[in-house]
Design a protein around this ligand. Structure first.
Ligand SMILES: [Fe+2]
Length: 180
């Protein structure tokens, strides 16, 4: 059962404001990577694609004198925390199941460990898929945040991915029922 689609998320003003700030092309590329990885790791494709699509929704722009300042970012950034909360609020507002909203928010919270004290995270399969999807689209010096995509192309890609998720979800749900 799917409560919220990627296309619905795309149209919401919160997504338009914050996902565009961190890079819509990157968000969509990550959602596609997550779809592929979800199959590989036997993870719910609906949760994986939505978490990957929204994973950078908490980004803030760290500028000093009109230039992106990576040191400032490293020192002060909490985009994963902000993103988890923002994505959760948005999903609930659109009618997401609270259990799915929590799983997606946690995957966003843990998609990077750059803001955490040194240590070792044990990610569950969904969290792992989202972190790997992000890594798969990363470019040197953060260039993936600046790649552009038109609204028309973004919509088309998300409608296509929504269809793929719906198909994949049918077989995923039957596997999930058998195993649990
Ligand atoms: Fe990212």
């Amino acid at each position: 059962m799917r409560y919220v689609t990627l296309s619905q998320l795309f149209e919401h003003p919160i997504t338009q404001k914050y996902v565009k700030r961190s890079g819509m092309a990157h968000a969509i590329a990550c959602a596609y990577h997550a779809f592929r990885l979800a199959k590989q790791f036997q993870v719910n494709p609906d949760h994986a694609t939505k978490a990957a699509f929204l994973h950078d929704i908490g980004h803030y722009t760290w500028y000093r004198n009109g230039q992106w300042d990576y040191d400032l970012y490293k020192e002060n950034d909490i985009h994963a925390i902000k993103g988890a909360e923002r994505a959760h609020k948005l999903l609930i507002r659109l009618g997401e199941h609270p259990r799915a909203a929590k799983a997606i928010a946690l995957a966003i919270l843990l998609h990077t460990d750059s803001y955490l004290p040194k240590g070792h995270l044990h990610l569950d399969p969904l969290q792992r898929v989202v972190a790997l999807a992000d890594e798969a689209d990363e470019e040197p010096s953060g260039d993936h945040h600046y790649r552009q995509i038109s609204d028309a192309r973004a919509r088309k890609m998300l409608v296509a991915l929504d269809r793929k998720v719906e198909d994949a979800l049918l077989s995923w749900e039957s596997i999930d029922e058998q195993s649990g």
